[in-house]
Design a protein around this ligand. Structure first.
Ligand SMILES: Nc1ncnc2c1ncn2[C@@H]1O[C@H](COP(=O)(O)OP(=O)(O)OP(=O)(O)O)[C@@H](O)[C@H]1O
Ligand SMILES: [Mg+2]
Length: 252
């Protein structure tokens, strides 16, 4: 199997020389193609910091990161913006949709920027709209759709260009339980049918139970890792709760 992401000895220090704060320490990570990984840990543990670094939005203080065979820490701004557009898909808690564009236009934006032919764009948007169950709202504007539909639109946009890696920070954070379940099922489908590689930060054990592997971070360091094997999602959920209990802070 192909390695999608390799991170070695990643550190992130915030603050000034006199007042340093180590947000991440000695983080090693290998992600294989078609994994669905959850990242959990108490509030302030460094989950978003890690995701932002892997997203190339932020840079580490030291360490090495290779994604899709490319060393992201040696790229200039222009290379990074191409890399983000071609290799990465992002899903954030607050959707980040453009209000002046329809759902469809929001979704196809990354393809339009990459100058993909119009016919191909149309076919791809329809295919994804089916996966996420949003065919009926493609012509609507973001302020006329629900939070769950916004998040599925954002997820559709994140994957439209077939990224090597999909990064999601609390994608269900603002959703009710029904919309959460529906987004998580769509992500699972994407992972299982299209072999998409997904990394998702969540404080929610239910959301995490959809993942195949979960990394627990505490105080900026790797604390534990569990894999889903043959057990049911309910059993995996229980296992997650047990690790969270041992972590302290209830995961939030
Ligand atoms: N720009 C910054 N400057 C200084 N400190 C920061 C900055 N961003 C984050 N931190 C600190 O780094 C630590 C990790 O923050 P991070 O946002 O990664 O936590 P998190 O695990 O995502 O928490 P949450 O579950 O609350 O989202 C926190 O103590 C935070 O206060
Ligand atoms: Mg966070």
């Amino acid at each position: 199997m192909k390695t999608i992401l390799q991170a070695n000895n990643v550190q992130k220090i915030y603050g000034t020389k006199e007042n340093q704060y180590k947000a991440l320490e000695d983080i090693d990570l290998e992600v294989m193609e078609s994994e669905f990984i959850g990242i959990m840990g108490p509030s302030g543990a460094g989950k978003s910091t890690l995701l932002n670094i892997l997203s190339t939005i932020d840079s580490p203080t030291s360490g090495e990161i290779v994604i899709a065979g490319q060393n992201i820490l040696q790229m200039n701004e222009e290379q990074l913006s191409d890399f983000r557009r071609n290799q990465l898909g992002f899903i954030f808690q607050d959707y980040n949709l453009l209000d002046t564009l329809t759902v469809k236009e929001n979704i196809l934006l990354p393809l339009a920027l990459s100058k993909v032919p119009a016919n191909d764009i149309e076919a791809r948007v329809q295919e994804i709209a089916d996966t996420f169950g949003i065919r009926d709202i493609l012509e609507k504007y973001p302020y006329h759709i629900s939070g769950g539909q916004k998040q599925r639109t954002a997820a559709s946009r994140a994957i439209v260009a077939n990224p090597s890696l999909i990064l999601a920070d609390e994608p269900t954070g603002a959703l009710d339980s029904k919309s959460s379940a529906s987004l998580l099922e769509s992500l699972t489908q994407l992972n299982e049918r299209h072999r998409s590689t997904i990394m998702m930060v969540t404080h929610d054990a239910f959301a995490a139970s959809f993942c195949k592997r979960i990394l627990f971070i505490k105080d900026g360091k790797m604390y534990a890792e569990i894999h889903k094997h043959q057990q049911s999602r309910q059993e995996f959920f229980q296992q997650i709760m047990d690790v969270l209990a041992s972590l302290g802070g209830g995961g939030k």
